[in-house]
Design a protein around this ligand. Sequence first.
Ligand code: FES
Ligand SMILES: [Fe+2]
Length: 414
Amino acid sequence: MEPYMKVANIKSHPEGNAYGRPTQTYDSELVFVGPGTPGGEYLRRYWHPVAVSKNVTTRPQEVRILGEDLILFRDGRGRPGLLLPRCAHRGTSLFYGKVDDEGIRCCYHGWQFDVQGRCIDQPCEPERGLHRDKVRQPWYPVEERYGLVFAYMGPPDKTPDLPRWDIFEDLPAEVKLFATDSSFSVGGDDSVKILPWNWLQDWENTLDPFHVQVLHSTFTATQFAKEMAVMPKVSYEMTEHGIRYTAYRQLPDGRELDRRSPAIFPNIISTPDVHLQAGLSTTMGWVVPVDDTHHRRFHVMRVPADSDPSVTRPRQMYTEQNRPKRWIDMTEEERQQWPSDWEAQCGQGPITLHSEEHLGTTDQGIAMLRRLMRKQIRLVQEGKDPIGVSFGDESPRVVGSGNFFRAAESEVEK
Ligand code: FES
Ligand SMILES: [Fe+2]
C-alpha cells in the first residue's frame, strides 16, 4: 500500500504554508501486518484471539486477521477449525459449507475437510476419493482459553506456548471470566467489532497516560474517575514482556496513587480500573490487526459469578447529562462534542502519518514502544525469538497492573 498523499517535491514554504510540503508517509515496517511483511512476520510468532468461544458454532463464519481471510467453525464434536476459505477442489468458499461431526463439507461437490484441513471425503469421486489423502485444505492451529479462540498463524516449527496469565488462573468460586469482542474500550459498543484504523494507533494508546488527563477527564465530560483530572507524573520501565508505565498522582484528598499499566508484547493491554478501584487490574485486552487499516479488540475480565456482564458492562461515551450513549447511536455532531478514544484514534487516519508527527517529552512511552517493537521485528528477521515467546513453559505470567494507593502522610503517622 502506498501512502495516501504524494505531492511533487516542490520546496516547502518556510512559514509552514501547506503548499509544496514533502511526501507524507508512515513507518511501513511497524504498521503492515500481511504475510511476508516485517511487522506481519513478527506478529505471526504469537497466538492471537480470533473469536469469542461461545460465538463459534457449526455455522461457518468469515474471519479476517493479519490481512488473511479465513473461515472459522466448530465441528459437531466441539473442535474449532480455522481454514482458508477457498476450497482445495475448485475454489468455492467454505463459507457456504455445511458442518457435521467430522468437519466442514463444501457446498459445490461435497468435499469434506476436518479441522486440520485433511480431506476426508470426496463423494463424487470413485470410492469417495482414492487419492483424497493427497489433498489438504490450508489451515491454522487454534486453541481455546479464557473464553476466546486463539490462532497461531506463524511457522509451525516455532509454535510458542499459548500464555496463561495469573489473574485468570485459580479463580475463587464467586468469580468467573467474561470474554467479549465488543469495542467498548475504545468508546465503541457491542454492535461495532471492526475498527477502521491501523492496530498500532490503538496499541500505542496503551502507553499514553497523558491523554487520560485531557481526552477522558478535562476536554469535555468526566469519563473516568474525577481524580484522573490531576496531571500525572509518569515513569516507564522495561519488563519481561514489554514496557510498563507508572502514573503517579497526588490526589486532592491527600492520598497518593500509582497507576501501573503494561504494554505486553506484541499487542496485549491490562488497563487498571478507570474508576480507580484499588488493587490489581482484573482485565486484559488484545489489540488484533484485521489488516493494515482495520483492527479489533478482545477482552477478558473477571466478573462476579452470578452477574450477567453482557448487560452490565459499562459504556464509555457520554453526552449532556453525563448519560452513557452507545457509539452507534451518537450523531456526528455528538461525536464532535464528546470525543473519546474512537474519535482520537480514528482521527489519526486509516494509518497515521509518522512523517508528520512531532513527538514531545510526554510521548516517551510511544517512542519506547516503537523502538522495542522494531527490535523484535529485527530479531525475527535474524531467525531469533521475539520477547515473551516461550516453549514448554505453561506457568502463569504475572500481569501486575492496577491502582495502588499510598495512604495520606498524616494517616501514616497516626
Ligand atoms: S469446489 Fe469445493 S468440492 Fe468442488
Ligand atoms: Fe483512552
